[in-house]
Design a protein around this ligand. Structure first.
Ligand code: NAD
Ligand code: ZN
Length: 367
């Protein structure tokens, strides 16, 4: 009977190993990497958002002569399995196993850096590893330097990739960054609409984490603080893209991510995955489009979300579903239905009595 008693009932998560936070902390990156430069073939790979090409930050990336730097555009699509496989093959063929990977960019670049670190040491295509604990070996040392705040990708144990079959993360303990550098100066240039959508991802993480059966004192403490910070950043006279608010948003993103790690996301994210997988809609934007119509599930959260939308005069289009045929909506509903961990959290054990494909199709038709 001992076996039954030792069954895991509580999540046991690994966190980021080291975190530096503060304005200008990006300047410490070279010093942070120095002790690792002797590892493996003795060079670093920098994955930098193409937005920074030609910007002042480019000059500040601590690239040494032996290092490889890739400027990657994330405008066209979110990270794909094919993209990671190609990058991995190219890097290994050029110089062998690097000392580490450094990602400098938004959630997309965070995911590319995390996935690349793992795929440099795990053979075959990354499609083989989409899911929980499928990765066989630890990846190389990896560092995240977020330049947009909100997704929590800097702290999460998943690297979300879109593959031919699934949009699903490489999720395991080794995915988590060894080091993050949180420098709020880096998010100052984020365009206003992205600043809003991505910040709302944090707010929605908290609403969903709080409203469901996985919520607990630990996840609640993070969510409560992150929501307080979001209110300061997005509501009221002091709201907007100011240095003080950038500091707060960067911390909110981290705490929102931790909250959902110890709890779970819910209805909005389940639907958002359906929309993103079938139509390629970007994660944070998709969440905003959906949150706008979830008052039945999260009345208080949706009311406050709408206040923030109105305050910043963000234009969230309506009537999108008029353009979608039944087949498209059915496909989206199936992707969303297939996320039982989210439904169990948001609705409970009887979720299948409450959430049916038809209910999901009706929700998508509201968009
Ligand atoms: P993003 O990385 O997709 O970037 C959005 C846009 O902002 C891009 O055009 C980018 O070039 C630009 N940009 C980035 N930093 C900038 C800066 N400082 N100044 C000006 N422009 C800048 O944005 P995101 O919303 O942070 O990330 C979305 C991605 O994160 C999706 O791929 C999603 O799947 C993923 N995601 C991952 C997790 C996770 O836990 N791993 C969680 C949620 C979302
Ligand atoms: Zn999210």
């Amino acid at each position: 009977m001992v076996a039954a008693q030792t069954q895991t009932t509580h999540k046991n998560f690994k966190g980021i190993e080291k975190t530096v936070f503060g304005r200008g902390s990006f300047s410490q990156l070279d010093e942070i990497l120095a002790p690792r430069r002797g590892d493996n073939e003795g060079y670093f790979v920098f994955i930098v958002d193409n937005y920074f090409k030609g910007k002042p930050l480019e000059e500040r990336v601590p690239v040494h002569a032996e290092d490889l730097t890739y400027y990657i555009s994330v405008e066209e699509h979110e990270p794909t399995t094919e993209q990671i496989d190609q990058l991995r093959d190219e890097i290994l063929a050029k110089k062998g196993l690097p000392s580490g990977v450094v990602g400098i960019g938004g959630g997309s670049i965070m995911d590319i850096a995390k996935a690349l670190s793992l795929m440099l040491t795990n053979e075959g295509s990354s499609t083989l590893y989409q899911g929980l604990n499928l990765i066989k070996k630890p990846g190389v040392y990896h560092v995240g330097v977020p330049t947009i705040s909100g997704t929590g990708a800097e702290v999460s144990m998943t690297a979300v990739l879109t593959g031919p079959v699934k949009k699903l993360g490489l999720k395991c303990e080794w995915t988590v960054f060894n080091q993050v550098v949180l420098d709020p100066e880096l998010i100052a240039s984020v365009p206003r609409n992205w600043w809003f959508y991505t910040g709302m991802d944090t707010y929605i993480h908290c609403v969903e984490s709080e409203n469901g059966r996985m919520n607990n004192a630990y996840s609640h403490a993070y969510a409560e603080q992150a929501m307080k910070l979001c209110r300061e950043v997005y509501l009221g006279e002091q709201s907007g893209q100011t240095p003080e608010n950038d500091d707060k948003l960067m911390v909110a993103s981290l705490m929102g991510g931790l909250s959902l790690t110890y709890s779970e996301v819910g209805v909005c994210h389940a639907l958002s995955y359906g929309l993103s997988k079938i139509l390629g809609t970007r994660h944070c934007y998709a969440n905003c489009l959906i949150m706008n119509h979830l008052e039945d599930y999260y009345p208080e959260g949706v009311a406050e979300f709408k206040q923030m939308v109105a305050y910043h005069q963000i234009d969230l289009p309506q009537g999108l579903a008029n353009e979608w045929d039944d087949e498209t909506i059915t496909k989206m509903a199936h992707v969303s239905y297939n996320l039982p961990h989210m439904w169990l959290h948001a609705i409970g054990d009887n979720w299948q009595e409450v959430i049916t494909i038809d209910v999901l199709k009706d929700l998508f038709r509201r968009l």
